[in-house]
Design a protein around this ligand. Sequence first.
Ligand code: AVI
Length: 320
Amino acid sequence: GVVRQLRQISEDDTGVDVAFRADVHAGLSQTPKAIPARWFYDTTGSALFEDITALPEYYPTRSETDLLTRHAADIAATIGPGRAVVELGSGSSTKTPLLLAAIDPAAYVPVDISGDFLRDSAEALAARFPRLPVYPVEADFTQKVALPREICALPKLGFFPGSTIGNMVARTAVDLLRNWRAALGDGSLMLIGIDRIKDIAVLERAYDDPAGVTAAFNLNLIERINRELGGDMALDNFTHRAVWNDTHARIEMHLVAMCDMDFTVDGQAYHMAKGETIHSENSHKYGPRDANLLLRAGGWTPIATWDDADPAFALILAEA
Ligand code: AVI
């Protein structure tokens, strides 16, 4: 069952995450404007992301689930039983049961920045695996996370699905991999989902679906700024853009200003010119050698790859 939820977020006396406030002001003050993608994931944003994962155009979830399902026995044989599974950015933990059912773990530690979401999904998972101890940790997994002391002596498996590593630029991704290498310790393993470079039309459709769910997900960032930071940004003056950047091998999402505008956040004045954007997300894609290089740079040695999904996606197992 769920043991207890640890909370490692610092908020101010109005209940707003201090890092969110700081990132928004820094991001709106710089040229070009950019806000880190992790601030998408308030309760509304996390729910919208779940809707994205069900879209026919958004292949990563389908491809990864397909790999986990078809290769479960092979993955389990390579990992072995008795590990504490630490999931980075667990969200609704929909893919997790496939892994947990296959590998017979000793404990499960979902780490997520969205506390309410984490609580619900940890409870659902504990109900499904009644004998598995579940230790949810509400934290930003890109920062230093203190793991529950109960799992200290167990061998660890980091589980980082969904290609979330792709949302970081290379140097941040390498820092994260190194930090988790240190936190999980010698003898640990990491099972990581990596999205492959593919046909640009397939990529762009996955990030700009006709139903407008990804647009709503992107625009929720504006609403969150208005809601939590007392902003007065006019939602209708922004539009969603998703575009492939071939130099950086990534999909970029932007919030585009449709007209010249002035607005305030926390009483601080900002201006945007028509056509100017707030860069709200990167989603990097990796070829097989790129992915292995990234892992090695982060202190992990790739030992197995499952990547026969269509559209292409990879699950890579690496050892510390
Ligand atoms: C969470 N992350 C891996 C998603 C991605 O594909 O980069 C977030 C996302 N953004 C738009 N659609 C999905």
